[in-house]
Ligand binder design. Structure first.
Ligand code: HEM
Length: 234
């Protein structure tokens, strides 16, 4: 059975499903990272288990992203080449929102590689890049909202919104218990955890959830026409 016979849609469903699951697991590993930095543990969940999960969930995320990108490229419905997985602005398909996915992936790769080579890169480089995991997560959230077909679905908003809430609450815990001697850092971090979600919510309402987003987001005319034809032929 050829890819065409399988139907791009099977690959398309798989790319959406692996994207969503990868994002949920990326959120889990970010929250586990914050729990690790809080040095939290209990008798049932000792610290080494949390650290083990933090490391290994990341491996699963990278594997899922590989499937996500492969199914998008092999599907071929949208003009997205392999290079678009790591080089921002190398595809004409929703350039800004797709590029945020590539940037999120690049940062995640840098975080993973420097963690595997931590003894070689040194603590300072490792820690600097590890902080960019927060940027990677945020880029991917906006990527999902900006490119995702399911963004308008209640369940997708619930899942992606729930992930955002989990990271914000974990950050509040961290801000509440750490950096006691750095008041300015704490206030800046707290303001960021309120302003960024609010700005995202406003952007969602006037952007991906508002009419005509596919065209405004930079979907090539050929894809828009093809999608409209597909819809009318059903
Ligand atoms: C950190 C890495 C990434 C994660 C966690 C991720 C996650 C997601 C999620 C959650 C969606 C929304 C799916 C939906 O609405 O059903 C999505 C959509 C999409 N992603 Fe990614 N993504 C990542 C990187 C990339 C990269 C590098 C590419 C480029 C090849 C890419 C291409 C796409 C495309 C084309 C869509 C739209 C699929 C659709 O029609 O819904 N993603 N991604």
């Amino acid at each position: 059975m050829t890819v065409a016979a399988v139907g791009g849609s099977t690959l398309w469903f798989l790319s959406r499903a692996t994207g969503i699951v990868a994002f949920v697991l990326l959120t889990v590993t970010v929250v586990l990272g914050i729990v690790t930095s809080l040095r939290w543990q209990s008798r049932e969940v000792p610290r080494f288990v949390i650290e083990y999960m933090h490391r290994n969930v990341t491996v699963l995320v990278l594997a899922l992203i590989a499937i996500h990108v492969t199914t998008v490229v092999v599907d071929g419905f949208a003009p997205i080449g392999w290079i678009a997985a790591v080089i921002p602005f190398s595809s004409p398909y929703r350039p800004i929102w797709l590029s945020l996915g590539a940037l999120g992936f690049d940062l995640l790769l840098a975080v993973a590689v420097t963690s595997w080579l931590r003894h070689r890169v040194g603590f300072r480089v490792w820690r600097f890049l590890h902080w960019s995991a927060y940027a990677s997560w945020l880029f991917v959230l906006v990527h999902a909202f900006g490119t995702g077909t399911d963004t308008r679905q209640g369940w997708a908003l619930l899942v992606e919104g729930g992930c955002a809430a989990a990271v914000v609450v974990a950050l509040w815990l961290r801000i509440g218990t750490q950096w006691q001697e750095h008041t300015r850092v704490r206030v800046a971090a707290l303001v960021t955890t309120v302003v960024v979600p609010l700005a995202l919510a406003v952007w969602l309402l006037v952007g991906p959830l508002a009419p005509n987003w596919a065209a405004r987001a930079g979907t090539p005319r050929s894809v828009l026409t093809h999608t409209a034809q597909n819809r009318s032929s059903r």
